[in-house]
Structures are given as structure tokens and as C-alpha cells.
Design a protein around this ligand. Structure first.
Ligand code: APR
Length: 320
């Protein structure tokens, strides 16, 4: 049986890490595409040369021609500009909207049956631009943010409770920005909800509140440390989990920026919600029960995403 084909549009920090992980996990053959000449070719060759040592079989190709992504099963998009210290994800909107339109065109012309995962920021808005430009059904285009935000939350909780990261489950909903909604009630250690663990004396409400805030600022913390770019290892791992769930029809329940029309009182908008990812892409948007506080935080986050969508709509109306 032919191997799956994974196209990575953008061969920068996240793109290169995605290629390495896809190889290590033998998810399929990999094509790296970028507008920068030599970068995708160089990274593809470098990773291919690691394959005999690591013991994986995967063809690694780099290209500056969209024809190379022809018939890809999965496309992961990181093309665009990453933020620098002092910038918010929203500051990237003008340039990355243009990039998403050209990438969407490339996908439409070469692999209209692919499952597409967008990582480019500001995420919730960019995934919508990409979906419209590619003309793919909404269940086949999703954004990666919730898996990353939840992974950060899980890591901080595991540190606080001094338990294995594998035992910690957590949920972060809403837009991928300062208004994201880490859901403490739905976070647990081996099934024991965090509020119960506070009652058991494992932590305090104050410490959990600090962890929630650190999760919200998780991206900025890395940008502040790196100074020259944004996070790339954890974002790449997170997108690979989504691709794996699709390719192997694992039906994992993952928080993703998905198109929500009806659930959560929303009317056709990409935002972070729990979804099941299987062979058809987004198989189902899972509507969990929120209490009044959680709903208010989600509404606030949705409003922030809607405001950015309005900025893009205005730019488009002005012909930008
Ligand atoms: N088409 C294809 N590739 C492009 C285009 C384009 N129109 N414009 C830029 N690129 C490429 C750049 O040449 C670069 O190699 O996108 C790559 C981006 O890589 P990095 O700058 O290393 O950024 P990275 O850390 O990988 O993040 C990419 O993900 O998390 C988000 O905010 C982040 O939007 C950013 C994206």
C-alpha cells in the first residue's frame, strides 16, 4: 500500500519540526514547501540523512513549487510570519491573510481532498481565511491551538501536582489568544477533577489561578525567552497529534479551532471547541455543559475572534 503523503506548507521552525516528527512516527512521505529558495530542500535533505540513524523510512522532499503538494492526504500550514517580542498574534493579521490566500489557492489546485491543519496566527481568523480560499468543506479544515494550549495547561498542572504528564487531562476552549478559556472543572489527574484536588489539599485556588494565567500567556512566555521567534516544538507536536488522529481514524477528542454552526449558540464561526477527529476530518463538534462563568468567558473570547474577523472583512472590502 502506498504511504500517506503529508505536505507541510511553510518550512520554518514549526515546518522543520513537523517534518522530523512525521518521519520519526512514520506517518508517511513528507513534502516541505516554502517560498524561500533552498530552505525546504535543505531541511528535507537534512532530515532524510537522519533517517538511517533513527530508523525510519519516509521520502523527504523540499520544493518551491506548489505542484509538489499534489494529492497530499494531509496539509499542515505554517506559512507566514511569526511574532517577535512585544507583538500580539493579532499584529500578524495583514501579512498572514495574504499568505493564507495564496496557500489556499495552492491547496485548491493541487490537493482538494486533503485534511488541512492551519497553525498560522492569528489562528482562529487565519483558518477561516484559508478554508474559504481553498474552497474545501469546513470539516476538512481545522486550526491547531487548543491541543497546544491544553498541553501547556497539562504540563503546568503536572508540575504543580508532581505527577506524570500522562495522567493529566485538561481543556482549553475559545480563541487562541489572551481570552482563551482554560476549563479547570474539566481538568483532572487520572480522572480526579482539579477542584477535588484543591479540596484534598494538593494545591490551592490561588496557585491554580496562577497556572490558568500562565497558560493564557504561554505563547508570550516563549516569545519573551526566544526573542527571535515563537514556540515551535510544542506547536508541531500538537498538530502531529491531530494529523495522526485523522490518518489512523483514531477519533480522538481534541480541542481545535473548528467551524461551529449551531453549537454553543454560535452562528458559523471558527473558534476553539472540543471535536472528534477521524477519517472524515472533524466528525463532530462536542458541546459540553458550561456554567455561567465559563459561558461568559467563552462569549468574551468569541467576541475577540469576531472582532478580528471584522478586521479581515474590512480589509477585504477595501481590496487589500
Ligand atoms: N508561502 C509559503 N511559505 C511562506 C510564505 C508564503 N507566502 N510566506 C512566508 N513563508 C514561510 C517563510 O519563508 C518561513 O520559512 O513561512 C515560514 C515561517 O517560518 P518561521 O518564520 O520559522 O515561523 P514558525 O515559527 O514556523 O511559525 C509559523 O505559526 O505559530 C504560528 O505565529 C506563528 O504564524 C506563525 C506560524
Amino acid at each position: 500500500m502506498a504511504r500517506n503523503k503529508i505536505a507541510l506548507v511553510g518550512a520554518g521552525n514549526i515546518g522543520g519540526t513537523l517534518a522530523m516528527l512525521a518521519g520519526l512516527k512514520e506517518l508517511g512521505d513528507v513534502v516541505l514547501f516554502d517560498i524561500a529558495e533552498g530552505t525546504p530542500q535543505g531541511k528535507a535533505l537534512d532530515i532524510a540523512e537522519a533517517s538511517p540513524v533513527e530508523g525510519f523510512d519516509a521520502r523527504m522532499v523540499g520544493s518551491n513549487d506548489y505542484a509538489a503538494i499534489k494529492d497530499a492526504d494531509v496539509v499542515i500550514v505554517t506559512a507566514g510570519v511569526a511574532r517577535k517580542p512585544g507583538m500580539s498574534r493579532d499584529d500578524l493579521i495583514g501579512i498572514n491573510t495574504k499568505v493564507m490566500k495564496s496557500v489556499g489557492e495552492g491547496i485548491k489546485n493541487n490537493c482538494p481532498n486533503a485534511f488541512v491543519i492551519c497553525i498560522t496566527n492569528p489562528l482562529d481568523v487565519m483558518v477561516g481565511v484559508l478554508q474559504r480560499a481553498a474552497g474545501l468543506p469546513t470539516n476538512k479544515v481545522v486550526g491547531m491551538a487548543g491541543v497546544l494550549d491544553s498541553a501547556r495547561f497539562r504540563y503546568f498542572l503536572a508540575e504543580e501536582f508532581n505527577v506524570s504528564v500522562e495522567d493529566v487531562t485538561a481543556f482549553v476552549l475559545g480563541g487562541h489568544g489572551d481570552t482563551m478559556v482554560p476549563l479547570v472543572r474539566y481538568s483532572a489527574v487520572a480522572g480526579i477533577p482539579v477542584p477535588d484536588l484543591i479540596e484534598m489539599g494538593w494545591s490551592t485556588q490561588d496557585k491554580i489561578d496562577q497556572i490558568v494565567q500562565r497558560t493564557r500567556d504561554g505563547g508570550a512566555e516563549i516569545v519573551g525567552l526566544l526573542k527571535t521567534g515563537s514556540a515551535f516544538y510544542a506547536p508541531a507536536s500538537s498538530a502531529i497529534e491531530m494529523a495522526d488522529s485523522y490518518l489512523k481514524d483514531k477519533r480522538k477528542l481534541l480541542p481545535c479551532a473548528a467551524y461551529v454552526d449551531g453549537a454553543y449558540g454560535l452562528d458559523g464561526l471558527y473558534v476553539g471547541v472540543p471535536v472528534i477527529i477521524g477519517e472524515n476530518g472533524v466528525e463532530k463538534v462536542v458541546e459540553i455543559k458550561l456554567n455561567d462563568d465559563e459561558q461568559a468567558m467563552l462569549d468574551h473570547s468569541v467576541k475577540a475572534v469576531q472582532d478580528l474577523n471584522d478586521v479581515v472583512a474590512k480589509m477585504e472590502a477595501e481590496g487589500a
